[in-house]
Structure formats: C-alpha cells, structure tokens
Design a protein around this ligand. Structure first.
Ligand code: UT7
Length: 324
C-alpha cells in the first residue's frame, strides 16, 4: 500500500465586522487598556453581530479556504469543525456548514477540545486521510465565545474574541508530495485539571449553556511546561528543531505565554506569528486565523516548516509539524 501524506491546499479566515477595544471594555468592567495589554498583549477583539452564528463564521472561513485551494464544495468529503460554541447541542454545527457549502457526500462532525481543538482536528483529519478513508478535508476552527462569557467578570471577559479559520487538506501519495504535508502530531489530555477552565452549564447537568469560568493563574502556571513538552515530542519524532522550523504559529491566548514558550524552546522571535493583539483568544479558531494571516501577508510559503501548538480546557494540549 502506498504511503499517503495530508498536504495543505489552502487557507481561509473570517472575522466579524465589529471590533471592541480595551478602552470600550473599560467602560463596562473595572479594567484598563494598560492592564490588559501588559498582562495579555490583547488590544482589541472581534465580536459576532446579533444573529451571527458559529456556523456563519465557519462557513465564511471554509468558503475562502476552498477558493484559496482552487477547489469546489463537491471536492470535499470530510468536514471537521473544532468548536466549543456550536449553534445547537445537536446536530453538529459541521453538518450545518457542510449543507450550506453544498457538500453532499462524505462525513461532517464537530470536535471538542476547547482551545486545542484545531490541533486535535488537524490530527484527526490527518489520520483519516492517511488511512485512505477520505480524499479532501476541511478542518475548521470557529467560535463565538462572546456568547458564553460572563460580561461582568473582568478576569475572563477581556480575554476572548470571536472568529473562524479553515484549512483544506488533501491526501497525496508520498512520492508526489515533494516532502510536504503533516509530518507529526502529538495530542494530550489530563482531565484532572478539568475544573480550572470550564463552562458552568451543559445539557446533562444544568440544561443551560452556562458561562466560562477560569482560574487564570493556574492555567498560566501549567501552560508553558505543557506546550514545550509536546513540542519537544514533535522535534524528537522528526529530528527537526527550533533552528530548522521556519514559523511558529501558537495558540493565541496570551502574549506572555507565547513569548515564554518561544524563549524556552530557543525559537527566534522573528519566527513567531502573533495575532493575539488584534484577535484576542478565539479558542479553536486562533491557529487557523493566524495561519491565514501569515499566509496571505506572504510569510508562510510552500515548503516552509510550520510548528503549531495549543493548550486549553480539559486540560488538552497538542503540537503539529507541517511542511507547507
Ligand atoms: O486559551 C485557554 C488558555 N487560557 C489561558 O491561557 C489564560 C491563562 N491565564 C492568563 O493569561 C493570565 O492568568 C490572566 C491574563 C488571565 C491573568 O493574568 P495574571 O498575571 O495571572 O493576573 P492574576 O489573575 O494573578 O491577577 C492579578 C490582579 C488581581 O488583583 P489582586 O488580587 O492582585 O488585587 C486581579 O483581580 O489583577 C486583577 N485583575 C484585573 N485587573 C484589571 C484580573 N483581571 C483584571 C482585569 N483588569 N481585566
């Protein structure tokens, strides 16, 4: 049996029109632009309009990724949506996006790993493509975290934003891949930490959606170690290193976590793609959003070695190395 690689064909993203600055938030809760910038690096975030759903954001990002890939909806046979803010408890929001894009074959499902969702989704798509089960896949990260925030809790409401990003991957025989594709993925979960970042509602517990709750300092304390561990695993599996990667595209939660992780791994600052200042933390959408920004502004190009990582609720965390 020939070896298959999952090769990136295109990227797309979508941000809601409305931008909310730190100064605007400071009119609603006891905070300041200075505190938010100093502690997180965030300056502004996008917030979905009334009636604008996660499926709307995800569909727009996916349509742009398809256009970028030069493909039609009918070329796609697998849609995985990473989200913690689905339109409804069921059906999967991926099914809505699939239908609205006009995809009529294959499978579509949601995947829930909070901020690590895109890396978990990429790993899942990669496994399905390499197994020969599907040919071309969309992996989407889309979130409307504004809907699950407690807008009176200054410790969390200043951190998050809404948005979506998408990547199209294609199964390509290794001999024709030119060395491109997903090289390795490493996923971890440790549910003992599940109460440090969670939503206090759900269908089987309260029958409500609930609000995001976080012990920020505790999450911060674990983040850098978990992120760097799983990146070391990616380097060990491939023989690559901080010196050989071209771009580091981390989950965008906090500028201090990103900088500390890059520093610990000896990744040069000019290789780090950062969008947290303009997007805030968009959870599962943050990596595909940042990938699309860095692709469209000409930084990430064909053949580049791109390192991805994320960490979030669960705790979940993971890394991926992709030859673009
Ligand atoms: O993507 C999922 C993963 N999530 C994350 O990665 C988030 C990880 N955590 C963080 O990024 C940081 O812990 C935060 C940005 C959430 C907080 O930064 P920190 O440096 O850990 O601050 P802290 O929680 O230790 O709070 C310091 C002070 C507290 O006041 P006291 O107790 O020192 O008087 C807070 O009450 O800052 C206060 N504070 C604020 N002040 C102004 C908390 N939130 C705010 C705020 N504005 N928005």
């Amino acid at each position: 049996m020939s070896v298959i690689r999952s090769v990136v064909r295109g990227t797309g993203s979508y941000l809601p029109q409305k931008v909310v600055t730190n100064a605007e938030l400071a009119q609603q809760v006891d905070t300041s632009d200075e505190w938010i910038v100093q502690r997180t690096g965030i300056r502004e975030r996008h917030i979905a309009a009334d009636g604008e759903l996660t499926s709307d954001l995800g569909r727009a990002a996916a349509a742009r990724a398809l256009e970028d890939a030069g493909l039609e909806a009918g070329d796609i046979d697998l849609v995985i949506l990473a989200t913690s803010t689905p339109d409804q408890t069921f059906p999967a929001t991926a099914a809505t996006i699939q239908a609205e894009l006009g995809i009529e074959r294959g499978a579509a499902f949601d995947l829930q790993a909070v901020c690590s969702g895109f890396v978990f989704g990429l790993a899942t798509v990669d496994a399905h493509l390499r197994a020969g089960a599907f040919k071309r896949a969309l992996v989407i990260g889309a979130e409307t975290f504004s809907r699950i925030l407690d807008w009176e809790d200054r410790g969390t409401c200043v951190l998050f934003g809404d948005g979506a990003g998408a990547v199209v991957l294609e199964a390509v025989p290794e001999a024709k891949s030119e060395g491109r594709g997903v090289l390795t993925t490493h996923l971890r979960t440790d549910g003992r930490h599940r109460t440090k970042l969670f939503v206090d509602g759900g269908p089987s517990s309260t029958g409500t959606v609930g609000h995001l709750r976080m012990e920020g300092r505790e999450v911060f304390r674990h983040a850098v170690g978990m992120i760097t561990d799983v990146i070391e695993d990616a380097f060990a599996a491939t023989g690559e290193s901080a010196a050989t990667i071209d771009w580091f595209v981390p989950h965008q939660a906090n500028r201090r976590i990103i900088d500390a992780s890059a520093q610990k791994l000896h990744i040069a600052p000019e290789k780090v793609v950062t969008t947290v200042d303009r997007h805030g933390n968009t959870s599962a959408a943050s990596i595909p959003l940042a990938l699309d920004v860095a692709r469209k502004d000409g930084r990430i190009g064909k053949g580049d070695l791109v390192l991805l990582e994320a960490m979030g609720g669960g705790f979940t965390w993971g890394s991926a190395l992709v030859r673009w």
